[in-house]
Design a protein around this ligand. Structure first.
Ligand code: GLP
Length: 234
């Protein structure tokens, strides 16, 4: 595990971008992408770079159940706004949160992942240590599945939904697919993430902390600001 501490999210975005650029130079073609506020500075770096993504494929981690791609809080909309509009990819995929048959949709997504194994995976982390929408208790061998979001996650996400009901379910890539990525870059900023980061770095692997599934991954990078790293011993 490589730990990089940065001054702030802006510097973190630059660092993660450098890791991506190096990985693309070595031949990475398929990216695993994440949403949330954390990767925003990373996407800003991509957008202002002259790197060409027209031959790249991306697969996003997750999507809310019940939101269409035109809903401003859907992850499809987020990705369009923050990345794809400015940097078109050869193809980009997200789970379809409006699919009538969600288990068939999960299967379709797993097939996509099998066709396009992820070279470089970007991750944020939830306050309770979730990755993607894999909440505490999710088996590490789980593939794409429908998730009932925890109260803590619904509460954390409520800031994005004004008077509207916050989605209670999502469809998420599973932990097995995340840890299969050749390289993983997890970014975390702010003191809300410090406890989960301590668990990931210093704790044992446990289903209670989904991010602990990343322990032992041969190419794992943590990009942390001082607050997120503040509970680490060294
Ligand atoms: C959501 C997303 C995660 C993300 C997390 C943290 O739950 N599904 O992929 O890591 O939020 O979000 P933020 O980066 O806004 O703290």
């Amino acid at each position: 595990m490589h730990i990089v501490t940065v001054a702030d999210a802006k510097e973190g975005g630059k660092k993660a971008f450098e890791l991506l650029r190096d990985s693309m130079k070595k031949g990475s073609r398929t990216l695993g992408l994440a949403t949330g506020s954390t990767p925003l500075t990373f996407y800003q770096e991509i957008v202002k770079s002259d790197l060409d993504f027209s031959q790249m494929i991306s697969l996003n981690l997750d999507e809310y159940v019940g939101l269409s791609a035109s809903h401003p809080q859907s992850y499809a909309y987020f990705m369009e706004e923050h990345l794809f509009k400015a940097k078109p990819f050869k193809a980009h995929y997200l789970p379809n949160g409006l699919a009538e048959d969600l288990s068939a949709e999960a299967k379709r997504y797993d097939e996509l992942l099998a066709t396009h194994p992820i070279d470089f995976q970007i991750l944020g982390i939830g306050r309770n240590g979730h990755i993607g929408f894999n909440e505490p208790g999710t088996p590490f061998d789980e593939t794409t599945h429908v998730v009932d979001l925890t109260e803590s996650t619904i509460e954390a996400n409520s800031r994005f939904f004004d008077n509207e009901e916050v989605p209670k379910q999502a469809i998420s890539m599973g932990i097995a697919s995340i840890i299969a990525a050749k390289q993983i870059v997890l970014m975390a900023y702010g003191k809300d993430k410090a406890e989960a980061i301590r668990g990931l770095v210093e704790g044992k692997q446990t289903l209670e902390l989904p991010a602990s599934s990343l322990k032992g991954h041969p190419h794992l990078y943590l990009v942390l600001d001082k607050e997120a790293a503040s509970l680490l011993k060294s």
